[in-house]
Design a protein around this ligand. Sequence first.
Ligand code: A2P
Length: 271
Amino acid sequence: MGAINMNIQESTAFNIPDGVFGERVVSVHHYTDRLFKFRITRPASFRFRSGEFVMIGLPNSEKPVYRAYSIASPSWDDELEFFSIKVPDGPLTEHLQKIQPGDIVLMRKKPTGTLVNDALIPGKRLYMFSTGTGIAPFASLIRDPDTYDKFEKVILTHTCRQVAELQYGNELVAALKDDPLIGEFADHLTHYATTTREPSPNMGRMTTLIENGKLFTDLGVPPLNPETDRVMICGSMAFLRDIKALVEKAGLTEGSNAAPSTFVVERAFVD
Ligand code: A2P
């Protein structure tokens, strides 16, 4: 048994704090030495909107470290899924990456976030721009029928350094077609994955592909237009800043839960 399992089991001696759920790990899947997915049980009383995030921790200390994690599963799912980076010496992820089925994960009870359908006014096309684990909130939203009720066409872009880092998104989109609840919407979703440091069918930073128009040529759609297009952005700070500038240049304005508009931004993942 590894040291972390010992910690987690010993940790059950700690009480679960007020306002926090203690949930069991159901499954763990490692994609690369930097990325993994895990699923936990869902408390019966826990409600959230697809695209929101929660604070996640481990019961391995009296003062657990919490980090924001987008819920990657849709709001109808009876388990909760998360897609995580492994940060070397990261206070949470150095331990979290070692979790096993049956271990306990802490989750604060209140979900929040702006990458929700409610924060956008209706439109024709919804673009979801992501890098790395920033695909997580979109993994939730593309599995929610409400997204397809509100938008005719959903375009999910995912950019990573390496091909192996695209696997989570590739599997997700491939599985959509066979899903009994949302399979009928699979034709409404376009998945546009790119790499920047390893050859793959589509290459380049999304900022470059928007600026030079290649994204729109490849998709066969006109450039970003505030009349028809809505945008959600999730990724590294630099990515958020640069995509936001391009989207604003195209005439879209930032929305929120209180004042829905044509684009929303969030940074709700570990970095
Ligand atoms: P690049 O390889 O050219 O830096 P990271 O792993 O550093 O978070 O990056 C994830 C992906 O996001 C990489 O493909 C990276 O491209 C890309 N990226 C990083 N910063 C930006 C940015 N400011 N604008 C567009 N893409 C970015």
